[in-house]
Design a protein around this ligand. Structure first.
Ligand SMILES: Nc1ncnc2c1ncn2[C@@H]1O[C@H](COP(=O)(O)OP(=O)(O)OP(=O)(O)O)[C@@H](O)[C@H]1O
Ligand SMILES: [Mg+2]
Length: 279
């Protein structure tokens, strides 16, 4: 059986007593070794979920369990040792005066020995292709470069779960692809959980499972294929579907008999070749 790593049990949250509920009765589970994408319209509660996962916020109702521990003010430091999180805006995430110091900071807090720190700094900076910026001051970096460093800093602490909240939004398409490739390899190799919150559909289709949020509720929880099969319903709640899925629909409407629902270019090509060979 797969091991649960994160559990939301009937979680409700609002930013103040006079404020509307931002999450209402949200329940889901995330397993130890899986990649889950969380999608939803702006304001649907995704970043709030991320902040609840490492105790930046606490729910007014319900429970959040991380690796068997309920997240409370007492356990939050234990929880944060296991949860690595990168947000959308890298500017607030820097503490060091150089890139090297910045990556070292989280490790120092966790008591990683010096030689190990040096080794990891090199390793993670290479992984995000920033090895030439060791001594650069973070404020001199571009937005996308800052984001790479923020991701490297989190990788350096070897978390059990990695949460990327639109953390690749500032990267150019190639950079995004490279970093996601690196991150997903790390996820697979170390059997950790990866949670990506993103509007990038190319990224969503790569996840094993998708949680779709709508107005503070879990609207759907399924594989990307199952989720994106609900094209019209998704559009109604303000979400898009991958270009390939739209194209596949058009082809079907024009009486091309596709046997599957392709979600990426490779699958679409496969379908087209199959059709072609039947002609
Ligand atoms: N600090 C805050 N104080 C009050 N309300 C907030 C605060 N942060 C977020 N909200 C409100 O909570 C709701 C959910 O916000 P959240 O940031 O979780 O959405 P999101 O799904 O991450 O959106 P996006 O796709 O734009 O990042 C929104 O209605 C937002 O206005
Ligand atoms: Mg957000």
């Amino acid at each position: 059986m797969r091991e649960k790593f994160i559990e939301f049990r009937n979680v409700s949250f609002r930013y103040g007593e006079e404020q509307p509920w931002v999450l209402e009765n949200v329940s889901f589970e995330i397993y130890k070794d899986e990649w889950v994408a969380i999608i939803g319209h702006n304001g649907s509660g995704k970043s709030t979920i991320a902040k609840l996962m490492n105790g930046l916020l606490y729910p007014q109702q319900g429970e959040i369990i991380i690796n068997g521990i309920q997240v409370t003010a007492e356990t939050v430091w234990d929880v944060r040792k296991q949860v690595g999180m990168v947000f959308q805006n890298p500017d607030n995430q820097f503490v060091g005066t150089t890139v090297q110091d910045d990556v070292a900071f989280g490790m120092e807090n966790r008591g990683v020995p010096r030689e190990e720190m040096v080794r990891r700094i090199e390793e993670v900076l290479k992984a995000v292709r920033m090895e030439d910026y060791l001594l650069t001051e973070p404020h001199r970096l571009s937005g996308g470069q800052k984001q790479r460093i923020a991701i490297a800093s989190v990788l350096a602490i070897k978390p059990q779960v990695l949460i990327l909240d639109e953390a690749t939004a500032m990267l150019d398409p190639r950079g995004r692809k490279e970093i996601m490739q690196t991150v997903s390899e790390i996820q697979e190799r170390n059997e950790i959980s990866l949670i990506t919150i993103t509007h990038d559909l190319q990224e969503v289709v790569q996840a094993e499972r998708v949680i779709v949020m709508n107005k503070g509720h879990v609207w759907d929880e399924a594989t990307p294929r199952e989720v994106f099969a609900k094209k019209d319903e998704l559009r109604e709640i303000g979400l898009d579907v991958p270009f390939v899925a739209i194209l596949a629909d058009e082809l079907k409407r024009n009486n091309m008999r596709l046997s599957n629902e392709p979600l990426n270019h490779e699958e679409l090509l496969e379908e087209l070749w199959t059709l072609h060979s039947k002609m």
